[in-house]
Design a protein around this ligand. Structure first.
Ligand code: AKG
Ligand code: FE2
Length: 199
């Protein structure tokens, strides 16, 4: 699939970010995977075939269902009642890391915590690079596990749980000179009326 540098017809919070000399990741972002109009624009940007489009739509529906299940269980576990996560936007971020033998040792994504509630990460099964910070403040490599998803707690979950859940710091480092891809899905806090972006 090809990415086109044409983000203007996308809803706000979506679009393509070209790599810069300092940042060798090219993300393509969709603000809300539950918005059919947004998904269609996203697939058009990728020049997705009908089969790829169907796969992306099925993946988005499955991730959204997983988000609903996990957010309800977490909020119930924290004793937070009467919160509906239904209207919360679920963002897709398709990351393509332009790793080459020359970029080995450089940073793909600098150290950060995820800002929102939860992240579901589908990591590259063949090209490692993700590292998480342990309790001693050292970064340790996360080996990719085929057929598995990785779940990260975001800043909002740490705040809601008064620190019982940790928003672990992580980063991506180029370890192999090969293109790396990942799909990060985020359930975000709703910032504006979704009807204005997904009519
Ligand atoms: O590509 C990865 O493995 C991690 C990406 C990430 O941390 C992010 O998009 O927030
Ligand atoms: Fe992240």
């Amino acid at each position: 699939m090809k990415k086109r540098n044409k983000g203007n017809n996308m809803v706000p919070g979506s679009g393509y970010q070209p790599p810069t000399p300092n940042l060798i990741v090219e993300p393509l972002i969709l603000y809300d995977m539950t918005c059919p109009k947004g998904i269609h624009a996203f697939c058009a940007q990728l020049d997705a075939s009908p089969f790829q489009r169907e796969t992306i739509m099925k993946y988005a529906a499955a991730i959204h269902e997983l988000f609903m299940d996990m957010t309800h269980k977490i909020s119930e576990g924290l004793g937070i009642k009467n919160v509906s996560f239904e209207g919360w936007p679920c963002q897709f971020r398709f990351n393509k890391y332009c790793f080459t033998p020359e970029t080995i040792g450089s940073t793909g994504v600098p150290s950060h915590t995820d800002t929102y509630f939860l992240t579901i990460l589908q990591d590259d099964e063949n090209v490692n690079g993700l590292e998480v910070m342990n309790k001693s403040g050292q970064f340790v490599a996360v080996e990719s596990w085929p057929n598995s998803l990785l779940v990260n707690m975001g800043d909002v979950t740490k705040a809601w749980s008064n620190g019982r859940f940790n928003n672990v710091k992580h980063r991506v480092i180029c370890k192999q000179g090969k293109t790396r891809v990942s799909i990060a899905s985020f359930i975000r806090i709703q910032l504006w009326n979704p009807t204005s972006t997904c009519g």
